[in-house]
Design a protein around this ligand. Structure first.
Ligand SMILES: Cc1cc2nc3c(=O)[nH]c(=O)nc-3n(C[C@H](O)[C@H](O)[C@H](O)COP(=O)(O)O)c2cc1C
Ligand SMILES: [Fe+2]
Ligand SMILES: [Fe+2]
Length: 401
């Protein structure tokens, strides 16, 4: 986002990063991203809302200077202290040591670790607290777990403008500020959904609370920290409807029990099919599909795992370990909502068979609920092994009734 006026006394001063393709190691950003930040000038005081990623600090400072001298800023509001927004705080404090930093209680604790400083003015705000800038009042709304414990929203009643940080954001970069200028809406939609899944998917109940907070406001502009500013006549209602849809509690229906596996020579695959048959026998209405992990997009597999009621996962042992796609799938687990999720492990091995123990340790780390010990066979499963695999699946299915 280049420097642009949002409305009277409010400017966008963030950074465009159209070429970014990976964010926080784990998120792909096919359409780049923006690190948004906003200056709010009242008749008496000036506030900066969100800071920026340390890597872009010098350019960011130039953007601020296009509106005011950084030494004139009285407050830095950090709705969320993740380093893509707070990474530049220490440098900003060097330039303006009189700056008063405003954050939630949790944010104030994280800031000490992020800046490695305690010698600056720091004000902790809570739900309903406000700061008067002169003709503009910043009111702070608690919005925890959207998406860190520190998160809050800042509402400027006079301009009907809310600052939501990551909430309703998207890793999406076009050289425009407002949503009604988006040139590639389909691409934006993909980025918006991907962002929701990765960042807010684990916190549906908090998302619903966040939406309630926003619905109570008469919003003209929702200034997020990534992607375009959302407007009343543009995409604001639509984005909120999408969040409501995606965060809605799941309707009760048939159980979903996917069986994931990898198999070099078909041995673990045979076990997967038999375990699935056993689960189906115990739960005739359940949706029990088998998935060879190298034949499906990992994002789809991860979404299925995260949405499952229970699941099975199998790997052969290669080089004393489970295989990479299985680890990759487990690295995408929504650890918050998958705690206590019932799971079974299985796999074929040749001589040492470490896959099972290694995966078991990982599932325990994820606090999942492992049903029985992993089901293992040596090399090619015999008729008896396959019968036992089916019984194993059946017992697992019965435990889910
Ligand atoms: C490259 C490679 C490395 C292997 N390393 C191990 C190993 O470290 N320990 C072990 O018990 N088996 C090892 N095996 C044997 C496989 O686990 C065994 O062949 C198993 O039956 C393969 O099952 P699958 O057909 O489901 O892939 C290895 C096999 C291959 C191809
Ligand atoms: Fe964040
Ligand atoms: Fe962010």
């Amino acid at each position: 986002m280049a420097v642009e006026k949002i409305t009277g006394g409010i400017w966008s001063v963030g950074i465009l990063n159209p070429n970014l393709r990976v964010f926080d190691i784990v998120m792909t950003t096919d359409y780049g991203t923006t690190y948004n930040s906003y200056l709010v000038k009242g008749s008496e005081k000036t506030a900066l809302i969100e800071c920026t990623h340390l890597s872009y600090f010098d350019r960011y400072l130039d953007n601020i200077r296009a509106v005011c001298d950084p030494s004139e800023i009285d407050y830095l509001i950090l709705n969320h202290t993740e380093p893509d927004h707070a990474g530049g705080v220490a440098r900003l404090l060097e330039i303006n040591p009189n700056l008063e930093v405003i954050a939630s209680q949790a944010g104030s604790i994280y800031l000490k670790g992020i800046t490695n400083r305690t010698d600056f003015k720091l004000r902790v705000v809570k739900e309903g607290d406000s700061i008067d800038l002169g003709g503009k009042t910043l009111r702070f709304l608690s919005a925890p777990f959207l998406h860190w414990p520190d998160s809050m929203f800042t509402w400027v009643e006079e301009d009907r403008t809310v600052f939501t940080c990551d909430f309703l954001g998207a890793h999406y970069c076009e050289p425009f500020t407002f949503d009604y200028h988006i040139t590639y809406p389909e691409a934006y939609e993909i980025a918006f959904k991907g962002y929701y899944d990765a960042i807010f998917g684990p916190f549906p109940a908090y998302v619903r609370k966040g939406l309630e907070r926003l619905k109570a406001l008469d919003i003209e502009y929702a200034c997020t920290s990534h992607g375009p500013v959302l407007t009343r006549n543009g995409r604001l209602s639509y984005t909120m409807e999408k969040y409501a849809e995606w965060s809605a509690p799941r309707a009760a229906g048939p159980k979903d029990v996917p069986v994931f596996y990898c198999s070099a020579y078909g041995n673990t695959r045979q076990l997967a099919k038999k375990i699935a048959e056993g689960i189906r026998a115990a739960l005739p209405d359940a949706n029990v599909e088998t998935f060879d992990l190298i034949k499906h997009p990992m994002a789809e597999m991860a979404a299925r795992l995260n949405a499952s009621d229970a699941f099975a996962i199998g790997s052969p042992t290669l080089n004393r370990d489970a295989v990479q796609p299985v680890w990759s799938l487990l690295s995408h687990v929504d650890a918050v909502n998958c705690a206590k999720r019932p799971v079974v492990l299985f796999g074929s091995y040749g001589w040492s068979g470490e896959a099972a123990a290694n995966l078991k340790a990982r599932l325990e780390g994820l606090k999942m609920s492992l049903f029985e010990e992993p089901f293992r066979v040596v090399f090619v499963p015999s008729e008896e092994d396959l019968k036992k695999a089916e019984e194993f699946g059946r017992r697992f299915g019965e435990s889910l009734r």
